[in-house]
Design a protein around this ligand. Sequence first.
Ligand SMILES: *Cc1c(COP(=O)(O)O)cnc(C)c1O
Length: 435
Amino acid sequence: MDQQTVPTWLAQGLPHVWLPYAQMRTAPTPLPVVGAEGVRLRLADGRELIDGVSSWWTACHGYNHPHIRAAVANQMARLPHVMFGGLAHEPAFRLAARLAQLAPGDLDHVFFAESGSVSVEIALKMALQYWRNRGEARRTRFLAFRGGYHGDTFEAMAVTDPEIGMHDAWRANLHQHLFARLPRDAASRADLEHLLQEQGEHVAAAIVEPLVQGAGGMRMHDGATLRALSEACARHGVLLIADEIMTGFGRTGRMFACEEAGIVPDLLCLSKALTGGTLPLAATVARRHVFEAFLGDDAARAFMHGPTFMGNALACAAANASLDLFEGEPRLAQVAAIESQLRQELEPCRRLPGVADVRVKGAIGVVQLSEGGRAAALRPHFVERGVWLRPFGDIVYVMPPFVITPGELSRLTGVVREVLLTCLPGPAGAADDVV
Ligand SMILES: *Cc1c(COP(=O)(O)O)cnc(C)c1O
């Protein structure tokens, strides 16, 4: 973008805004977005980009959906926010009942927060207190998985695989938890069983991203792996936390990824697409037996947590409107169609030099570069060709809004093929090589 098209607000704000995951000395100037509609982002200079990231995997219905916009505008006119302690409002109570209805099994008790990382903190804290309340205070450790990512706050960092790099520098400041390989095959199942036999009595909960590990590199596993994990947890009395912050709300083809495995985790974390990508909101949903462990006459048994903006009415109105769209429009069928188109159109990338793997699950398409590939270096080439993608690590991925048309999706995958064919190996990229 040339100098005269940089809006004044961007030039004046840039020295003051600290950008995410960025080396501020070398970070490229972010692109000024002045509007968004459907799957398109409109830039200040009039260009439009087809969005293949869905704003960090949130905008499942596309941008500026009239139903969500109207619901939020209505709520804004009546009651944007009121504290959740001692006061109640309809959007949050309706949303809790709907989430309980939608979530598998007896995941019936919804605790609201404002971000995914905080919902993970809440799930971990609930798991610890569950055991304390039940008189098993020795269960203080967590079991997490290689390739997993659970957020950027401290305990979320502590259960994120240190090998994926993002939080590596913090290792000395983090609680030490157990890391295992996902139980995909006989050998890793035996390893997990062995670990739990040795240390299981000290483990409060295992935490996993079902079917697709996201920010750790878009790695995929199957339902049988999840069932093996769920059974191992049950054998050793370990709670299972499903972090469906990325996978929840249709992304893998079912409303929740756990459904594909037929498992019911003890705690479920939701955020990202919960409001259709419009407002920050998260939920930690607990099974009945978890909730009941906090009941009693003693205040010390209660869960002492309550974010200031818990259950924000605008965000809950957006989430209710998003659930209306899942009910009224064929979102899961759209995801199935996206899945088959991604398979067809990304598969040819496998034969390109510099490509190690191609994989697809639901509305997630991934091309992994060969050893040493620096995918972030490709970012400007995508923008030049009118698409918004944000490759990281060694992967280029496509996670479009579910309303994308076949033609728009072909444009995305076509640009991926073209850039991989003509722009690899990329120049050494800036240091903001994460997520
Ligand atoms: C994004 C993400 C988080 C963190 O959510 P924030 O809202 O960014 O705090 C946690 N877990 C998974 C699986 C995620 O994809």
